[in-house]
Design a protein around this ligand. Structure first.
Ligand code: NOJ
Length: 608
């Protein structure tokens, strides 16, 4: 789409937008100048806060977080300055996979409360000017969903074709690996009808058959149900999986990157997304973000380009996979390659996708990842606060909608369980059992899980130094990180140098500086192994962000032709500006205003 046309379409949004207007006149381009800004939209300007309900706040002392608990913390959420809450699934579920196995899409799981509680939560958020995004889990249901109960009951049942069945008389289906199954197979034999059903996740999560138009209509109805309630959008679980190779040919691959081509991104994916958009999404002013692991950068715009009418944004996983899990086996950490230049390259490559069209997202933590400060920062007592602030500076200065995972705003760290009995996640538990049966190295596995397990990100929110961190008066469903005695919200509120206070200030900075949302991103000093530095430019204004990713600090230069102006943000007291150089202390982060140095003069010491 041409730029002028985009601008025309943007007019109503510009009028509706609450804060500082983005000037639309092109900048007089300096070397880092910007010529065009993306089309405005509210969902590009928000900061999203992810609430993991099971671990946020327990209100009835059964050890499990719940909706009433979240309601009791709404003023805290408001105080962060975030505009959107993404809530992990709270629908009725037997909880084989912590709510990602839904048995009724129109009911609330009893542990979490009631539909009246949900309505009160939505009202409470809206009263505070915060939107609510729900999880849409529609690649699979629970095996306890009535559709599956019907489907498995007989081959002639009207719901039979809601799932993928392979009749046993055709022989054993070609091998498919499951991400979660304790025996590894994604086909499960069901004796009632003598057939196998497909489940790429656990055996209690049968895959829905999207090829069946009735299935698609059921899902669109569910979406309408929540939109009519006033929900503001969906995060779409494993969305590329809804279209898959349903001929199920034999494949040799054993590792996710190889077999994903058969499991997801199938031939009808974009047809389904367009249909979903046409029938439902286009009728509401809502936001959408697809969970889209395995989508190559060159395919990104097929999902998010304005004129595709599919999704607005998606999560790409290259960043979190790079400094995280091994490519061939997510259950082990990748300890060999932690090169910062490569990480910068990934961010930069994905930014280039949204330079002209579509829009990005940025996150470093969620309920499937270990804690961001333990992974990309440094959770030692010496560096935890500084490195967590540095990572928030990154998240809140990229050209993408930032997603912040609950607990990261106080710098919560990995718990690093050493005993399998402490784990609650089926992914860890089922693989452990499989390994035990196969005689694998359990010690090596547990060492790996201490770093990469999903449970690292699922321990309860640390509210105070009171018992159980103020999360519950009962026995918590999963152990609480003992560092809660010092790392907690109450202590962070009292300490003006805390991660929490810095996080709030960073959000305010992003909200007051359109350049941080829409400005052009340009990477500086690409090969620097210690420092991630870049500029953001819009309409003649250029900000520079410099982040030390090293316990040794780092050094970088201001871009040629520019001098340092005001320091807008600094996670340490000392200014790193030394003439045309930045000398960063360990994990230091700064956001500086740059001035074009017309006279060729070198000036400008930073300072708050
Ligand atoms: C992605 C979700 O984020 C994860 O928690 C879940 O286990 C899988 N999808 C399966 O639904």
């Amino acid at each position: 789409m041409k730029w002028c046309l985009k601008l025309l379409l943007a007019v109503p949004l510009l009028a509706a937008c609450a804060h500082t207007a983005v000037p639309t006149t092109p900048a007089k381009p300096g070397p880092l100048g910007n010529t065009a800004a993306p089309r405005r939209a509210w969902w590009k300007e928000v900061v999203v806060y992810q609430v993991y309900p099971r671990s946020f706040q327990d209100s009835d002392n059964n050890g499990v977080g719940d909706i009433r608990g979240i309601i009791s913390r709404l003023d805290y959420i408001k105080s962060l300055g975030v505009n959107v809450v993404w809530l992990n699934p709270v629908y009725q579920s037997p909880n084989d996979d912590a709510g990602y196995d839904i048995s009724d899409y129109r009911a609330i799981m009893s542990e979490m409360g009631s539909m009246a509680d949900f309505d009160a939560l939505l009202r409470g958020l809206h009263q505070r000017g915060i939107k609510l995004v729900m999880d849409l889990v529609v690649n699979h249901t629970s095996d306890e969903h009535s559709w599956f109960q019907q489907s498995r009951s007989s081959r002639n049942n009207p719901y039979r074709d809601y799932y993928h069945w392979w009749p046993a008389e055709k022989g054993t289906p070609a091998k498919r690996w499951s991400f979660f199954d304790e025996e590894g197979s994604a086909w499960r034999f069901d004796s009632t009808t003598s057939a196998y059903y497909l489940h790429y996740f656990s055996r209690k999560q049968p895959d829905l058959k999207w090829e069946n138009p009735r299935v698609r209509q059921e899902i669109y109805d569910i979406m309408r149900f929540w939109f009519e309630k006033g929900v503001d959008g969906f995060r779409m679980d494993v969305i590329p999986f809804i279209s898959k190779d349903t001929t199920f040919p034999p494949i040799q691959a054993k590792n996710p990157p190889e077999y994903i081509a058969y499991y997801a991104n199938g031939p009808r994916l974009h047809e389904y997304l367009r249909e979903m958009n046409r029938e439902v999404l286009s009728k509401y002013d809502v936001m959408t973000v697809g969970e889209a692991g395995g989508v190559a950068v060159e395919d990104a715009l097929k999902f998010i380009a304005d004129d595709r009418h599919e999704l607005q944004t998606f999560f790409q996983f290259e960043v979190v996979d790079h400094w995280g899990r091994r490519e061939d086996n997510f259950l082990y950490p990748d300890s060999t390659d932690r090169s910062l230049p490569e990480l910068k390259g990934i961010f930069t490559k994905w930014d280039s996708v949204v330079a002209q069209d579509g829009w990005g997202t940025v996150f470093l933590g969620n309920h499937d990842q270990s804690r961001m400060v333990s992974r990309y920062g440094n959770d030692s007592p010496q560096h935890r606060k500084t490195s967590a602030k540095m990572l928030h500076t990154l998240l809140l200065t990229m050209r993408a909608t930032p997603y912040i995972y609950n607990g990261d705003e106080i710098g919560m760290a990995n718990i690093r369980f050493t005993d399998i009995r402490d784990y609650r996640d089926l992914m860890t538990i089922n693989f452990y059992q499989r390994l035990a049966r196969e005689g694998g190295d359990l010690r090596e596995f547990l060492t790996a899980q201490a770093e990469v397990s999903r449970d690292n990100g699922r321990t309860p929110m640390q509210w105070s130094a009171d018992s159980n961190a103020g999360f519950t008066g009962g026995i918590p469903w999963i152990r609480i990180n003992l560092d809660y005695r010092t790392v907690n919200v109450a202590a962070a509120e009292r300490d003006t140098s805390s991660v929490l206070h810095y996080f709030r200030r960073m959000i305010q900075l992003r909200k007051s500086e359109p350049v941080l949302v829409y400005g052009r991103y340009q990477l500086l000093d690409r090969e620097n192994p210690d420092v991630f530095a870049y500029t953001r430019s819009l309409n003649g204004r250029t900000l520079m962000v410099a982040l030390s990713f090293s316990p040794a600090g780092g050094r970088t230069a201001l871009p040629t032709g520019y001098t340092a102006g005001r320091t807008l943000m600094n996670n340490l007291a000392e200014s790193p500006v030394q003439g045309g150089q930045l000398l960063l202390r360990p994990y230091q982060a700064v956001v500086l205003e740059l001035k074009q140095d017309v006279a060729g003069r070198v000036n400008g010491q930073g300072g708050n």
